[in-house]
Design a protein around this ligand. Structure first.
Ligand code: ZN
Length: 473
């Protein structure tokens, strides 16, 4: 039984969707003013893993990932670039879709743009003004009043009294309280996008977009609301306030899932700190499954530390699993065998880990146990047991989007073969001699050379793409 940690209740809860075997999932997507960075890569790989696992559990899914194509950052960037907002956002949307495709992410069922939902936003804002959840400020902007929603702060664990007493002291701001947030901005500039509304020309605030898209697509029945931890406050808190006030209930979003931050040198990654890495650069440099492995080898709620060393470690780990896959005999016919049943424990443990709030590091550790056991049986000439385990290894890994490539392709594409380790010419010659001996089927000589290399701290692995060597000690 799947349990999910719910940010709203701060505990793991048994997953139970509004409709039997159907899941409505909404994940806050990208603000398309710049290229995606690796923090985005982590967030959306995690939700891709969740989507794949829910599909594996036989749920039918409606997965919505929105696109924020209008906000202050988009306008500022388009002006800096001397480019229209439409041209900038279109360019960034294409780039994002290319990155996510290259990263191996399943496309969402719907990928709505905020600007397609302006009419719904306007009707929600009208309702908020009628019911006094919102007010028109002196400068014509419309704000949501956080005092009007008694559960404000519950999701992100903020103390409402503190937020309420924190009065706005900025004379150029027209809201009543610091944390009141804008629903509609009156247009006062010529060169920015604007829409007509009952309050004159203007444009929507950010938070209203997610409430409006969800209202149109899911109504009240949103099972999972997701996003990066950086969106928890104020974005998700504000979105929750809007939707709960609109529906006059307190249940908007049954399960709130937040993905931990990706950190660089102990600093939170942000564009402002200028330490951002672009996702497309990472994908160009490494096999996308290595990147997925790196993200999934840490629990999704924990912070993850990015550096090149950690990516290389991920590559080496994944390479070990792929190496086991090279031993697979395709179309191997399993005979009914009682012995197989004792290995079902591996599957049980794997699924238990995944059911426990998507514990991918634990699930991956089970994959290594299976791999080790398979190699053990291969070395002991129990081909049937080894083949059964290799089949199980691939099947389980596939549920979280790992080991999906042909091992030959993985080894061909890898970027680290023999990198950054220099060998003296004598060792290089020995490796080459052994390769020639193998090609000539001189097995005794080949074995002798392998043992000689081992004494020189070099171990060899024969893969379909050739021999890989590794220095030990
Ligand atoms: Zn959102």
């Amino acid at each position: 039984m799947l349990k999910i940690f719910n940010t709203l209740t701060k505990k793991k809860e048994l997953f139970d969707s509004y409709h039997k075997r159907k899941v409505n999932i909404y994940v806050c997507g990208i603000t398309v003013y710049d290229y995606c960075h690796i923090g985005h890569g982590r967030t959306f790989t995690v939700f891709d893993m969740i989507v794949r696992y829910l599909k594996h559990l036989k749920y039918s899914l409606k997965y919505v990932r929105n696109i924020t194509d209008i906000d202050d950052k988009v306008i500022k960037k388009s002006q800096e670039n001397k480019e229209s907002v439409f041209s900038l956002t279109n360019r960034m949307i294409l780039s994002m879709q290319e990155d996510f495709l290259n990263l191996g992410l399943l496309p969402p069922s719907i990928e709505p743009r905020a600007t397609e939902y302006i009419n719904i936003m306007i009707s929600m804002i009208k309702y908020f003004l009628d019911k006094k959840f919102a007010y028109i400020s002196d400068n014509g902007d419309i704000f949501f009043s956080i005092n009007s929603y008694k559960s404000y702060g519950l999701l992100s664990n903020q103390i409402l009294n503190h937020l309420k007493t924190n009065y706005n002291i900025n004379a150029y701001d027209f809201k009543h309280f610091n944390h009141d947030f804008v629903l509609w901005k009156k247009s006062n500039k010529f060169n920015e996008p604007k829409w007509s509304s009952p309050w004159g020309l203007g444009r929507p605030g950010w938070h209203i977009e997610c409430s409006s898209i969800n209202h149109k697509i899911f109504g009240k029945n949103l099972d999972i609301h997701g996003g990066g931890l950086d969106l928890l406050f104020p974005h998700h808190e504000n979105e929750r306030a809007q939707s709960n006030c609109f529906y006059d209930y307190n249940q908007y979003g049954k399960y709130w899932i937040h993905v931990g931050m990706l950190l660089l040198k102990n600093q939170k990654m942000s564009k402002r700190l200028h330490n951002t890495l672009l996702l497309k650069n990472l994908i160009n440099q490494y096999n996308s499954e290595v990147i997925r492995y790196f993200f999934l080898s840490t629990h999704y709620r924990s912070p993850i530390f990015y550096d090149e060393k950690n990516i290389k470690k991920s590559y080496l780990s994944l390479r070990n699993l792929y190496f086991t896959l090279t031993k697979q005999i395709y179309n191997y016919q399993f005979l009914a065998h009682d012995v197989f049943s004792k290995f079902r424990n591996f599957s049980i443990q794997f699924y238990q880990a995944m059911d426990d709030d998507f514990n991918t590091p634990k699930a991956i550790s089970i994959l290594f146990e299976i791999s080790k056991k398979a190699i053990f049986f291969l070395n002991n000439h129990r081909i049937d047991l080894a083949q059964y385990l290799i089949f199980q290894l691939k099947h389980l890994a596939n549920t979280i989007g790992l080991l999906c490539q042909n091992p030959n392709v993985f080894f061909m594409q890898n970027k680290f073969l023999n990198h950054n380790q220099s060998l003296d010419i004598n060792i290089m010659n020995l490796i080459e001699d052994r390769d020639i001996a193998r090609k000539n089927k001189q097995w005794i000589l080949a074995d002798k050379l392998r043992r000689k290399l081992f004494r020189l701290n070099i171990i060899l692995e024969d893969t379909p793409a050739g021999t890989i060597w590794k220095k030990i000690g």
